[in-house]
Ligand binder design. Structure first.
Ligand SMILES: [Zn+2]
Length: 291
């Protein structure tokens, strides 16, 4: 996981929310009827909605990586906006997130349902469903899955969708995130038992389903190919035969079981799995906990 510094793009993010609020203002009633699922996605027009504008600001803020799984994102059909304090949260739910360690969630946000009903609210605290500080860019968690009979389909397995409204503290807002959540050379993801955030890290990993098998396999394969130049990986991966050679030759150098090696070769020789693998190049430069 990478540290996300919300400070750097807050001004751009808040500008979008404020422009949106300006547009939905009901003069007669002196209030803002915030509607994330409708007007935020449609105004000022569908092609360049506030939702889409916010997506680009968040992706820029996150170096174009999913906040949870580190998939590379473009914002075109591959990105969803994740609400840290869930859209459906009530006051009590929100308190779980509004801690001293996450001042942006404590100071800058008001629940949308309260904000929308308030008479002429001030904009020091923005409605949580459309507020930059409560939003992060997440992938849709779609992975190729081999069905019975060998057909390959694509299903959602990680990140925003499985998380839903489950508890998931934004540990990626902590500068030491790299020591809280780590990855092992077999591809598994771990909550560091020595971290004071260990329990919350376990919860986050579980809520976003970051232990999904294909995701673990992808991380393992990046570890295996870590010393090969990224351009060479991309070039050799283009053709099925050279892709198989690349994967096979390097996997045989590992201490993985024969069963795992064969499973990895079978998976990533397939074009769909390989293309998904390439989206996770963040792991190529990860400092593995390797012996
Ligand atoms: Zn993701």
């Amino acid at each position: 996981m990478q540290y996300i510094n919300k400070e750097s793009d807050r001004e751009a993010g808040n500008k979008i929310t404020e422009a949106y609020l300006h547009e939905i203002w009901i003069e007669d009633e002196q209030r803002y009827p915030v509607d994330y699922n409708d007007s935020f996605k449609k105004l000022p027009n569908k092609a360049n909605s506030y939702y889409k504008q916010m997506t680009q600001v968040l992706l820029n803020n996150q170096n174009h990586y999913c906040c949870y799984c580190m998939r590379r994102l473009t914002g075109e059909g591959d990105t969803t906006l994740e609400h840290i304090i869930p859209q459906t949260a009530d006051d009590k739910d929100a308190l779980y997130y509004q801690r001293d360690e996450f001042p942006m969630l404590k100071k800058n946000i008001k629940l949308s349902v309260l904000f929308s009903h308030e008479h002429n609210p001030d904009l020091a605290q923005l409605p949580h469903s459309v507020c930059y500080d409560n939003l992060v860019a997440s992938c849709h968690g779609m992975f190729p899955t081999t069905k019975h009979g060998g057909d390959i389909e694509t299903d959602g397995h990680s990140c925003n969708h499985p998380r839903g409204a489950k508890c998931a503290l934004p540990l990626y807002f902590l500068e030491e995130i790299n020591t809280i959540i780590t990855y092992e050379i077999n591809g598994s993801i771990l909550a560091n038992p020595d971290s004071p955030w260990c329990e919350e890290a376990k919860e986050l990993i579980q809520s976003a389903q970051l232990t999904w098998e294909t995701l673990s396999d992808i991380r393992a394969l990046w570890y295996v190919l870590r010393d090969i130049d990224i351009n060479q990986i991309i070039a050799e991966g283009k053709n099925e035969q050279s892709r198989m050679d690349l994967i096979q030759d390097n996997l045989y150098l590992t201490e993985y079981s024969e069963k795992r090696i064969n499973a990895l070769i079978a998976k990533f020789t397939k074009k769909q799995y390989w293309e998904c693998f390439l989206l996770y190049d963040w792991f190529h430069s990860y400092h593995w906990n390797a012996a």
